[in-house]
Design a protein. Sequence first.
Length: 291
Amino acid sequence: MPQGIIIKGIGGFYYVSVGGKVLECKARGKFRKEKITPLVGDRVDVVEEYGGYIIQNIYPRITKLIRPSVANVDQAVIAFACMKPSPNLNLLDKFLIMSSYNKLKTVICMNKIDLMSERDGCKILEHYSKAGYKCIYTSTVTGEGIEDLKKELKNVITVFAGPSGVGKSSMLNKVQSSLRLKTGDISEKSERGKNTTRHTELLELKGGGYVVDTPGFSSLDIGFIPKDELQDYFPEFSDFRGYCRYAHCSHINEPGCAVKEAVRGNIIDDMRYTSYTRLYDELSRIRRSYK
Ligand SMILES: Nc1nc2c(ncn2[C@@H]2O[C@H](COP(=O)(O)OP(=O)(O)O)[C@@H](O)[C@H]2O)c(=O)[nH]1
Ligand SMILES: [Mg+2]
Ligand SMILES: [Zn+2]
């Protein structure tokens, strides 16, 4: 039985990539009875029946994203621009939390570095590379960093996230020109108005791997994360876990806090710690208003 991956679903049909071919398939009726909806990214078995193709089996999902709705994503490229639009680091931190919450590998990509002087360009993400994140600087104008990006995309399923207008679609076109994704803020805005059924699609890369382009969100809700778990999403805190005076230290006001000590010693980045306290505050307020 051929095994493939669902790259697109439209009007009850699923398009399954099998050994270089794309087959138009229907899902076996049993899935509806079991309340299972096939998702883009699902690895499936396909059988031929009466001249058509049927999805016979869906393999267990390794990951499952809700927005966009895709299964088995391995990695998120979180894209920002160093200007136009200028980066919103609070939003970047939320994207990082979401990515980690969804068990994805994360790459931060700062695009449009052609708009910056060399000296300033390298500063923005210093806080993040210091925290252990993989960071890439790119420009679709000069082509800088595109080869690095390509390497990261090879043989995995990557979702491109980040605000709209930062150059996600342009970057993907640079990675592979045959993708021909629509770019440009103005046309995209008007398109979004009339074309609400933008389908989520896995785009196959010639070198192996798939990418998902997203229109981009300008806000993210992380309110479902309990405030006491927020620290788990700051990887640079992990070295200090267990060294605070209090076992359940929130690293906010407690005395003898190893994390705060590390911030004072400049081992943990001050800006990232400030971001932690701000998000902690935000989550504390949300929890209170639920009661
Ligand atoms: N200066 C500069 N402009 C870029 C770069 N990448 C994309 N752009 C421009 O930014 C705008 C938005 O790009 P687009 O790819 O549609 O962004 P998306 O909404 O994130 O997909 C377009 O006008 C692009 O031409 C870059 O590296 N440098
Ligand atoms: Mg786009
Ligand atoms: Zn602490």
